[in-house]
Design a binder for this molecule. Structure first.
Ligand SMILES: O=C(O)CCC(=O)C(=O)O
Ligand SMILES: [Fe+2]
Length: 204
């Protein structure tokens, strides 16, 4: 081995072996020191909000905090919520550019989620809004507390999978994943810390 190993900075990705999907997990996309610094930065600097969502006609506060950032000013709508973007920041741009070294997508938008404790969660859904196009590319960064990410196939109930998303990890979902699979971040009764998640998306 020499000090000029060309691959030394190339993150290692593992393709999940699930049918009808294209999902790659990079457990150590960011080194710990970098991930620690990003966590503190976003926790402090983001204007976190808590929107109301409508579930079966009833209104509830969303069980997590969120914020939207964009490079093109386009709003993002999901679950009866329309969010207007803040303008992209230096830190988000740095992360977006690093993710773009491992995918062909050029991201326009980042939806941030902050799970304050184990009672915060994200229920079963697919990121299949029309604005994301027919084959959405979603790149999801985890900072802080590791949490389980569950996947279940829409039509084959025996097909399910879970991944423990590590501090500093990246999960990319693309191809037909959103067409055939749902995902969630479930609640946990364990006393756990905070997690910040960044989901980069392409809104044309
Ligand atoms: O927090 C996560 O890992 C998932 C977030 C998510 O699925 C979303 O924002 O659409
Ligand atoms: Fe999602």
């Amino acid at each position: 081995m020499n000090a000029f190993n060309a691959n030394r900075d190339k993150p290692i990705g593992k393709r999940l072996d699930l049918p009808d999907s294209e999902i790659v997990y990079y457990p150590e996309f960011f080194i710990k020191a970098k991930a620690d610094a990003y966590f503190e930065h976003f926790k402090k600097k983001v204007p976190w909000q808590q929107d109301n969502i409508k579930v079966f006609g009833k209104i509830y506060p969303q069980p997590r905090l969120t914020a939207l950032y964009g490079t093109n000013g386009k709003p993002y709508s999901y679950s009866n919520i329309t969010m207007q973007p803040h303008s992209f920041t230096e830190a988000l741009l740095e992360i977006k550019e690093k993710i773009e070294t491992v995918t062909d997508a050029v991201f326009t938008t980042c939806l941030l989620n902050r799970y304050r404790h184990g009672r915060d969660s994200n229920g079963w859904h697919a990121d299949n809004e029309k604005a994301l196009g027919p084959h959405p590319v979603i790149a999801s960064v985890t900072l802080g507390q590791e949490r389980y990410f569950h996947l279940k196939h829409r039509s084959d109930k025996y097909l399910k999978h879970k991944v423990l998303l590590w501090h500093g990890s990246l999960l990319i979902m693309q191809g037909t994943t959103q067409q055939h699979w749902l995902h969630q971040v479930p609640k946990t009764a364990k006393p756990i810390g905070e997690r910040i998640n960044l989901t980069f998306r392409v809104i044309a």
